[in-house]
Design a binder for this molecule. Structure first.
Ligand SMILES: [Zn+2]
Length: 321
């Protein structure tokens, strides 16, 4: 047992309160559980840090569930091979009564179905979004450094993993990645809807207008149109070239607003009525308030700490117990 002065130095250097180092260890998320994308590219340290974010997300969720009634999970897990990814996306849309309508907010949709959505700390910018099931609850951890449109696609991609690969008894491989992307494309941009919008032979200008309907990146819509046979190889290549020249490879120009958690915002608004603040939660969990803030889209927490009024949006299905 090192002297407390040494522990204090360690804590300061590691960005945790000293209490964190004396507390029980966080439950370790098995490395095989989250759907890490491109796992080979991840440096080991980044992977461990991301797993810790997942473990902290579980802790936050436990803390909240002990005090608030949150939406129960209603995300199905389809048997492996029961559907191809497109079929799985259509089946889920039908089960959730979404029809072919564009999705207004993917994060809110997931949260309404009981998915717990968190965000990665900024220093883990190189780690892609990931998802996992834990004690019957589905989790998605998003990277918020990319465009809002990419964030929506990532959320749909992770939903695909949760639904199609819920058993996660195998490491995520290239085919699972491809399947999750195909799921996300159909879930966000249903073929029937895309093909009924007069986008045959759509060029750059049409793509830039139409992408707003589905809240997707311009490149993603161009790819989708080509995949569905609405554009030729030549038109697809030239559209991508022009979009690249315009800067759409690295992000969206005048993009959509970032999607963030409403559940966490509402949870902390409810706690605030009981005079419980983010700092209290952080103290209970033996972490710094900033550690929780970056895990929760940096939000809710302004409403808690900044003395502002809680959101005026309706607060369904949530009550203090
Ligand atoms: Zn993936």
């Amino acid at each position: 047992m090192p002297p407390s002065s040494t522990v204090d130095v360690l804590a300061r250097e590691l960005g945790v309160p000293s209490a964190f180092l004396y507390a029980d260890e966080l439950e370790a998320l098995p490395a095989g559980a989250p759907s890490f994308r491109a796992v080979s590219k991840l440096r080991a340290g980044q992977e461990r840090a991301a797993l810790t974010s997942g473990a902290l997300a579980i802790e936050v969720n436990r803390w909240l569930e002990a005090r608030l009634r949150l939406p129960a999970a209603s995300v199905p897990t389809y048997e492996r091979g029961a559907d191809d990814p497109v079929g799985a996306a259509r089946r889920l849309r039908a089960e959730w009564g979404l029809g072919y309508a564009p999705l207004k907010n993917v994060v809110h949709l997931l949260e309404g179905r009981g998915v717990r959505v968190f965000s990665l700390p900024e220093r883990l910018a190189d780690v892609d979004a990931f998802s996992f099931w834990w004690e019957g609850a589905p989790y998605v951890v998003l990277n918020t450094r990319k465009s809002a449109e990419r964030g929506r696609f990532d959320a749909a991609h992770e939903l695909g993993h949760l639904v199609m690969h819920g058993d996660y008894d195998q490491p995520v491989g290239r085919d699972k990645e491809r399947d999750a992307n195909r799921f996300a494309a159909e879930f966000l941009m249903p073929a029937d809807d895309v093909l009924s919008r007069g986008l045959r032979n759509a060029g750059v200008e049409q793509v830039l207008i139409a992408k707003r309907r589905w809240g997707v990146a311009a490149i993603a819509l161009a790819y989708r149109l080509h995949e569905l046979g609405a554009t030729s190889d030549w038109l697809y290549a030239s559209t991508c070239r022009r979009l690249s020249q315009m800067g759409y490879r690295s992000g969206e120009i005048n993009g959509a607003p970032r999607e963030t958690s409403r559940l966490l915002e509402q949870s902390f608004a409810a706690l605030r009525q009981r005079k419980v603040t983010l700092a209290d939660v952080a103290r209970d969990m033996h972490v710094l308030p900033d550690t929780l803030r970056e895990l929760m889209f940096g939000l809710a927490l302004t409403a808690v700490d900044g003395g502002q009024q809680p959101s005026t949006r309706p607060r369904p299905n949530l009550r203090v117990v």
